[in-house]
Structures are given as C-alpha cells and as structure tokens.
Design a protein around this ligand. Structure first.
Ligand SMILES: Nc1ncnc2c1ncn2[C@@H]1O[C@H](COP(=O)(O)OP(=O)(O)OP(=O)(O)O)[C@@H](O)[C@H]1O
Length: 515
C-alpha cells in the first residue's frame, strides 16, 4: 500500500523571510489595499492591526494566493515568487489558520491531520501514518490524543488542531486571523504562549491579525498597522504604547470617555425564563432546564465557550428554534417569540454570524438596514409601496452615525468587511428608540477597539434608559466590563451566578472550560 502525503518542505534552519512589496488590490472602483509593504522577519511574531475594513484580510488573502493582487510582489528569502493559490503558499512554507474551525467533527484528530496533507486520491497506510503522527506529536508544541473525534474536543483543543495541521504541513510561517476569538482567556494565553516559544526557538514566524491590544503587547515583537487600505505605521512592540498603536489605527489619539453606568431603579422583570429545555440540530440536548430573570435597566452576561447552548438559547428567544419544555415570559406575558410578539414587546436581537443570521447577503446595505422597518412609514406607504428614496436617506443617516465603511448604500452587504457587516446589523437593531429587551450574542465579535467601545457605550446607554439586556458573549472581558450580573453556561446549564462586582474570574474560567 502506498500513501502520498505532502512532502513539500522548505529546508532552512530558520523560517523563510517574507516580504510584501507595494501590494495593491482593487474590488471594482474600491481600493482595498493601496501600495502596502510588510516584512515578516524570520523567527518573529508580527501583529497586523487595523480598524474594520482597513484591508488586513485582503492583504493576507493576497499573500496566500486566494486573491490575485493588481500589483505588488511577494519575496520569499529575497526571491520574487508567484503565489496563485493556498497550495502554492504551502510550497513556500506559508500556512493560514482561520477564525473558524475547519476540521471534520466526526473524524478523529489523526484522520483530520492526514486529510489535511492528502494531495489526491490515495490509499492510506495507517500504520505508517500513525508512526509519522506520533513522531510529529512528540515534537509539536501542543499535544492532542490522535484517536479523539473532533466533536469531543473543547474550543481551545480545536484551535490547537488547526495550528497542528499547518505544522504537520511543515508550514514555517503561520498566518493567524484573529485566532483567539472563540477561546477562553486562559486558552488564548496558553496557545499564543506556546507559539511564542516556537518563534523564540526560531522554528516559526507568526503573522497574526488581531483586535486585542492585550495579546499584541503580550506576545508580538513587531506590528504593522493598516488604515483605509494604506500602510499607517510599523514598529517594535517594546517601543510602542497601546495609545500609539490606537493612534496609528485611527489617525488621532482616542480619548473618548466611556458611558458611565447609572444606578438603576426598581427591579422590574422583563424577561423570565423558567425551566427551559431545547435540543441542538442533531437532537442532542442544547439547553437543559435553565432559569433566568433579566430586569429592566440590567445587563445580564452569559459567559461560556461556544457550543455549550448559547446558540440554542438565543435562537429560542428569537423564535428560530422551538423549546421542548419550559416557559418564557416577557413583561409577565407568555412569550412564544412570534414576529408580532417581538414587535409588541419591542424585542430586538443581535445574533451570531450576522451575515448568515441577520442579513440578506446579496441585498444592499440600505435594504438590509431597512429589514425591520421597510413595511412601515416613512419607508412605506401602507405596507406595500416602498419609498426607495426614504430607505436610502435613513440608510445614509445610519451609515454615518455607526461609521459603516461601505462604498455606497447600494453595495451588496456581502462585500463589506466582517466588522462592517456587524456594524450594519447593530445600527439596524440598536437605533430603535423603543427597544425594551435586547438579546445580543457576541455583539463585538471581530470589531476593532473603537467600534467595541462605541457598541459598549450604546448597550450601557440602553441599559441606563431602562432596557433589559441579555448579553451572551464568549468574551469574558466584555461581560466583566459592561454586565451587572454574570452566569456561566456550560453543557446547556448555568453553573455559576454572581454580581459582577463579586465575580471570581478564575472560577468563571474554570466553569467555562467545563471543570
Ligand atoms: N470580495 C470583495 N468584494 C468587494 N469588496 C471587498 C471584498 N473583500 C473585501 N472588500 C472590501 O475591502 C475593504 C477591506 O476589507 P478587509 O476584509 O480586508 O478588511 P479587514 O481589515 O480585514 O476588516 P475586519 O477587521 O472587519 O475583518 C473593505 O472595505 C471591504 O468592504
């Protein structure tokens, strides 16, 4: 039996030097990347910063050969190379790890690793593959049991596997696109710390897109900053403060004061969840007998790693999934999450993956902004004659107010950067004056720091006005910063509850990790 797995290697002692020179990429009339140069020195941990829509993903997609740049060069160890596909990039030792996991849940760690290397139809000699895998695992920075199926791994372990796949492919340059967004703070520090050790040992170079200054200052050596598609700055981390980096990103020092939380008045329950149960798509238990009350003027944070029932809880509340048992009350009335009930009680929601769950991807930004109100005046006469001019005007106001970066209100929303899709949905859901209950799932996922503080201010402001807010978030720092109370959701149940002022972060981290 034979097995052919990838044998491509760049046999140098250090990782290769990667230089991008004068790279430009246009989408129609829009210049997403404008004459950008960046150097990734061998054995360095380099952060790539920039606000939403600055061109970070476009740059790394051009390096990886997903996109063909309009102009510019890529040099590997001083030699110009043409990279026209990720497979090409692998030949030069460059691999990319995405925000979302790409492993196949029903297959084991070993099977996923072997699959990532297969180059065509093959007959696999599993004995030989296991020998190779064991050898590889012994020298790898992370260790995973080869026989465990992916669906049994925690988020941190899945992210480790994504990195291991690239190392198994012999990638010496790792490009990481916001690698810690689905991890607990402890998991993020562990993974970045281990990668940093590989970098210090000059086994790897890392180019990491991040919005988290804490991680950039803790783990990176150098930083390149993009602003509006152009190179805005470059420097050594030890010589730069967070406010220097923020200034490079935004073009000015950001001194805005966060909205202060005001003392709230009487505790009127708005949302009451009693003994709620629901299943996941695969029929397994999603939520198992949870009880919760969210009061007017209160932010209740639900911490936890994704996949522990958060999605199912939010979907039941948004009318996208049926409860199998239990009851939900809003303002003391039975609530089944119909569109009419949501309108009556002025319930708004910000779901996860907004492009998929809260947008019509091929419709324009203006049309997506109008999805809640298109059939009501002033955007419609009666409920059928839509006034496009008003829809456009409303959209222009929201685009400005929420700083949505879009070539025009008519641009299909699918063409916006991830962060700007998020802003569009937030603009639509948060701009209603009447909102009484807000259900927000990871509202700042993928947003840059100024957008995050803007959104946090909006949420705190809503709370101060008496809105009841259920904040389901994988970002514990976010919950600790703006929530009044925190609960941890793990395997469909609440395991911890505390007022934020008394919250024990270590205990929360343990509960999030399922201990
Ligand atoms: N396929 C595409 N078609 C048209 N425009 C695009 C396409 N991909 C990206 N853009 C535009 O290019 C610009 C840069 O987007 P990019 O995704 O590189 O930003 P980013 O810095 O990675 O942002 P984020 O932090 O939000 O992920 C944005 O204005 C985006 O709308």
């Amino acid at each position: 039996m034979t097995a052919t797995t990838s044998n491509v290697t760049i046999e140098t002692t250090k990782p290769p030097k990667l230089e991008v020179i004068g790279m430009t990429k246009r989408f129609g009339n829009m210049t997403a990347l404008d004459n950008v140069s960046i150097t990734l020195k061998p054995g360095t941990f380099h952060a790539l910063l920039g606000e939403n829509g600055a061109g970070k993903s476009t740059l790394v997609k051009c390096i990886m050969g997903f996109y063909t740049a309009d102009s510019g060069k890529v040099l590997i160890n001083q030699q110009p190379q043409k990279i026209t596909s990720p497979r090409d990039a692998h030949k030069y030792g460059i691999g990319m790890v995405y925000q979302h996991f790409t492993s196949i849940p029903a297959m084991t760690v070993a099977e996923n690793l072997v699959l990532s290397c297969l180059e065509g139809p093959n007959i696999i000699n599993w004995d030989a593959e296991y020998d190779r895998l064991l050898l590889f695992m012994n020298s790898a920075p992370f260790h995973l049991d080869l026989h465990t199926p992916i669906y049994q791994l925690a988020a941190g372990q899945k992210q480790k596997l994504e990195i291991l796949k690239q190392l198994y492919l012999k990638s010496r340059i790792l490009i990481l696109d916001e690698p810690t967004s689905v991890l607990t703070p402890q998991e993020a520090d562990e993974i970045l710390g281990l990668l940093r050790e590989e970098v210090i040992a000059e086994k790897l170079s890392v180019l990491m897109i991040s919005h988290k200054f804490r991680e950039v200052t803790a783990f990176a050596d150098e930083v390149t900053v993009l602003r509006k598609g152009k190179l805005a700055g470059y420097g050594t981390i030890k010589n730069l403060s967070v406010s220097d980096m923020a200034e490079m990103m935004m073009g000015e020092k950001s001194e805005s004061q966060p909205v202060e939380k005001q003392a709230t008045v009487a505790k009127v329950p708005v949302l009451e969840i009693r003994n709620l149960h629901t299943n996941k798509d695969n029929g397994l238990v999603g939520i198992s007998g949870v009880n919760l009350v969210v009061h007017a003027g209160e932010i209740v944070g639900i911490a936890g790693v994704s996949g522990n029932g958060q999605k199912e809880l939010v979907e039941v509340l948004a009318g996208q999934r049926a409860a199998t048992a239990g009851e939900i009350l809003v303002n003391g009335e039975n609530y089944k999450a119909t569109r009419a009930e949501m309108y009556k009680h002025q319930i708004f929601s910000l779901p996860e993956e907004p492009l998929k769950n809260a947008c019509v991807p091929n419709m324009s930004v203006a049309e997506n902004l109008a999805l809640r109100t298109f059939d009501r005046p002033p955007q419609a006469v009666g409920s059928w004659l839509l006034i496009n001019q008003v829809i456009r005007q409303v959209a222009q106001g929201l685009i400005q107010q929420f700083s949505i970066k879009t070539p025009s209100p008519e641009t299909p929303i699918v063409n916006l950067s991830g962060g700007n899709v998020q802003r569009t949905v937030l603009a639509r859901e948060l701009s209603s004056e009447k909102v009484k209950l807000l259900i927000a799932a990871n509202p700042c996922f993928g947003l840059d720091f100024s957008a995050v503080s803007f959104i946090h201010d909006q949420i705190v402001d809503a709370r101060n006005r008496g809105v009841a807010i259920l904040l389901v978030s994988e970002d514990l720092d976010e919950i600790l910063k703006i929530a009044d109370r925190v609960l941890v959701l793990s395997e469909g149940k609440f395991f911890y509850e505390s007022a934020i002022v008394d919250a024990d972060v270590v205990e929360i981290g343990k509960r999030m990790a399922g201990h």
